[in-house]
Ligand binder design. Structure first.
Ligand code: SAM
Length: 329
């Protein structure tokens, strides 16, 4: 039996057990639905939380019942010393699960080191298996390096590896079946994601309702409803032999705010309480003005108490100016 969670609950009774930590807002790709091509609004390095600041703050969350950490960005592998940071975070009391979201362009050279650092699980973004198309989506020639990164991660022993595919109408929706076949072949878990109206890029990305796709894949590949332990907001289908799973992250067509268990720390130390709302709590001023650990504990309680009930992606699709790279999804 699972031990009862000692995590802090928000005003709506949701236990906050999961912290996503953006270690940079910069990225080597410019995916059309994420960072605008000529974006200049990146955070100045002097505002980035240092490794020591991150370890201290995550340690406080760990003491308050957060058990799961995901390193994200921007592209986290562009942050210098990431494996060292990962190893320090993994050793913190309370942190049971450390995962990484990456575009995998630089994964081949560091997969072994990341595995040794204690990262348990990897999510890799891959929206197309066609080189030309992926270049159009990411604005970089990157298919070979991503596939090389994925294979290196497999050899390094990462299991599971999840592939995140943002499914876009008229852009890559004709490739969903190919992606299922690719993931079946390689033992990857596939997750299809609906585009979220984050920034002008996210709003103009060719939203695709995944509910009909789910029904179609169920029939085409003989899939049945499945549950993935720690699978987060995704609803899963799996093959009858259990060897393949596909998840559907459907913040628009079927939102999952009532079970949201997460908050997001940006690289400059702002804690975003909801992906689809602007409210945030600033930790950097506290960390840089001599706050005690007990001050930080009080601040975490105060922040989580402000977590909103839900996002307004459907009712107010123009509201979010912030792009996904700020908080890492
Ligand atoms: N660079 C890392 C990666 O590629 O996984 C981590 C950061 S990236 C912002 C995290 C995820 O957010 C990726 O899977 C990306 O495809 C997704 N994403 C970015 N903008 C999005 C949007 N507007 N709607 C849905 N997903 C989005």
């Amino acid at each position: 039996m699972l031990a009862p969670s000692k995590a802090i609950a928000d005003r709506f009774g949701r236990k906050i057990e999961y912290l996503r930590v953006s270690v940079t807002d910069r990225c080597d790709l410019r995916c059309t639905y994420c960072i605008p091509e000529s974006f200049k609004g990146f955070e100045e390095p002097e505002n980035w939380l240092s490794h020591d600041e991150l370890v201290r703050l995550v340690g406080v969350f760990g003491r308050l019942g957060v058990t799961r950490i995901r390193l994200t960005g921007g592209e986290p592998l562009t942050r210098r010393g990431l494996p060292d940071l990962a190893a320090r975070l993994k050793q913190l009391p309370g942190i049971d699960d450390l995962s990484l979201s990456t575009n995998a362009t630089q994964l081949a050279k560091c997969a072994d080191e990341l595995k040794r650092s204690g990262i348990d699980r990897l999510n890799v973004s891959l929206d197309s298996l066609r080189s030309d198309r992926l270049r159009e989506i990411t604005r970089k020639d990157c298919l070979d390096s991503i596939i090389g990164g994925l294979m290196a991660a497999k050899r390094a022993g990462f299991n599971p590896i999840k592939i995140n595919m943002v499914a876009m109408q008229g852009i890559n929706d004709d490739e969903i079946d190919d992606m299922v076949a690719f993931c079946m072949e390689h033992g990857f878990i596939l997750r299809l994601i609906e585009t979220m109206p984050m920034g002008v890029t996210g709003r103009n990305a060719g939203f695709l309702d995944l509910q009909p796709i789910k029904q179609r894949l169920r029939e085409r590949f003989d899939l049945v409803d499945g549950v993935l332990p720690g699978g987060g907001p995704a609803r899963y289908l799996k093959s009858v032999d259990g060897r393949f799973s596909v998840g559907f992250i459907t913040p628009i067509s079927q939102h999952f705010c009532d079970t949201c268990n997460r908050v997001r720390l940006s690289v400059e130390g702002s804690l975003y309480l909801c992906l689809g709302q602007d409210d945030k709590f600033e930790f950097r001023p506290l960390l840089r003005s001599g706050a005690s650990d007990s001050d930080l504990v009080d601040a975490v309680y105060a922040a989580i108490n402000r977590k909103p009930e839900r996002h307004d992606f459907s009712s107010q699709p123009h509201k979010m100016v912030r792009i996904m790279a700020k908080t890492g999804g």
